[in-house]
Design a binder for this molecule. Structure first.
Ligand SMILES: [Zn+2]
Ligand SMILES: [Zn+2]
Length: 235
């Protein structure tokens, strides 16, 4: 009864069409589920981006050995549907999407995530000024939902964003790396983990995950993985 009342007062919104979800207990409309752009196999064995040549194992970037993280995965391709969905999540106050994204991440990527045997989820932090403006950190909400469902704790205080960076999407790969240099610092004291999973919303060039992984490895981690909601297209 209590759940019904909450449902009436705060109806769940669909992460695809943004309308109220009519089906009881569902997080997405039946019809909208068909529009979700799941990453299809084959996908890059390192970053999880879809591949367009059957015989390849890695995308061009991963084959070139550009990354310092160990492995990562995301359930969705970053297409127009997901661009709108994630934008509502981040800027439109649709925090309830976090539970949907977390469930999809676990449904599609749980085999890998289990093999990693990670000790903590670490959300990519926002700079405190940006966090204040937005009111929350979307990666932290996601990490909390993942923690609830797996028993692996979320440690949102491990990484801090100590440098204000420019918006990444207009920058080239080289500019992104330069922009992020020195962006993160690790909480003082001994690093309590060897294996961690970074949590972010979108993986495109990997610059953010790499920079966060770099500081964690330097602090004593030996494997850093990532889970995201979406990955960009591979090559
Ligand atoms: Zn819908
Ligand atoms: Zn790759």
């Amino acid at each position: 009864m209590k759940a019904d009342l909450i449902g009436l007062l705060f109806p769940r919104r669909c992460p695809v069409c943004h309308d109220v979800v009519e089906d009881r207990g569902e997080r997405v409309c039946k019809i909208c589920r068909l529009k979700l752009p799941y990453v299809r196999e084959p996908s890059c064995r390192k970053c999880g981006k879809p591949l367009y040549a059957e015989e390849k194992e890695y995308c061009r970037d991963c084959a070139a050995g550009k990354h310092v993280f160990r492995q990562g995965k995301a359930p969705f391709l970053y297409d127009e549907v997901m661009r709108q969905s994630v934008s509502r999540f981040k800027y439109g106050g649709r925090r309830e999407y976090a539970a949907f994204y977390a469930e999809e991440i676990l449904r599609k990527c749980c085999r890998e995530a289990l093999l990693w045997k990670a000790e903590a989820f670490v959300p990519i932090p926002l700079h405190p000024s940006r966090r204040r403006k937005r009111g929350f950190n979307q990666a932290e909400l996601l990490a909390d939902e993942l923690a609830k469902r797996t028993g692996i704790p979320s440690d949102a205080g491990l990484l801090r964003r100590v440098k204000k960076t420019h918006v990444q999407k207009e920058l080239s790969r080289e500019e992104r790396s330069a922009n992020l240099k020195g962006a993160f610092s690790v909480r003082k004291g001994n690093l309590p983990y060897k294996k961690v999973i970074l949590i972010d919303d979108i993986y495109t060039t990997g610059s953010t995950v790499d920079e966060a992984a770099r500081v964690l490895l330097k602090a004593g981690a030996d494997s850093v993985y990532f889970l995201c909601i979406c990955v960009g297209r591979g090559n």
